[in-house]
Write a protein that binds this ligand. Structure first.
Ligand code: ATP
Ligand code: MG
Length: 141
């Protein structure tokens, strides 16, 4: 399955009023939205979601931030969705993100960088499953 990815509009972007503008970017880039919901992660959920980073020095900062407010999770569909979405969001550090990317335009800092994107097809499937049941993914328009 290389046509689905998992995306999140992170708490900084929701707090800063960019949720609608980021949804516009998603639609303009021709992703189909299969599922979307507003969530607020607990600290434990954030630790589970980012478990791959648990040994990193920024793990506490990251999971505290990710559980600090509302976020929007999305399951997206497009050809080569994982790489297409990572191209749309730009580099992890907004200072290095190229013009026209979401992080360049809406990120706050390296730690609070507006959006998440799955980094592989395998992780996309795992992350979609973390937040959505199959019946919540709507592929017909
Ligand atoms: P994401 O997984 O959120 O899409 P990414 O894949 O571009 O981001 P990762 O290396 O997976 O980058 O890091 C996960 C998240 O951890 C980053 O998006 C950022 O919010 C945070 N992060 C990464 N490096 C640092 C750092 N040096 N200091 C603080 N936070 C960081
Ligand atoms: Mg990552």
């Amino acid at each position: 399955m290389n046509n689905r990815t998992f995306a999140m509009i992170k708490p900084d972007a929701v707090r800063n009023g960019y949720m609608g503008k980021i949804l516009d970017r998603i639609i303009e880039a021709d992703f189909k939205i299969l599922g979307a919901k507003l969530i607020r992660m607990t600290k434990a959920q954030a630790e589970g979601f980012y478990a791959i980073h648990r040994e990193r020095p920024f793990f506490q900062e990251l999971t505290t931030f990710m559980s600090s407010g509302k976020a929007m999770v999305l399951a997206l569909e497009k050809e080569n969705a994982v790489s297409a979405w990572r191209d749309t969001i730009g580099a992890t550090n907004p200072a290095e993100a190229v013009d026209g990317t979401i992080r360049k335009d809406f990120a706050t800092s390296l730690g609070e960088n507006a959006v998440h994107g799955a980094d592989s097809d395998e992780n996309a499937a795992i992350e979609i499953g973390f937040f959505f049941t199959n019946s919540e993914l709507i592929s017909n328009e």
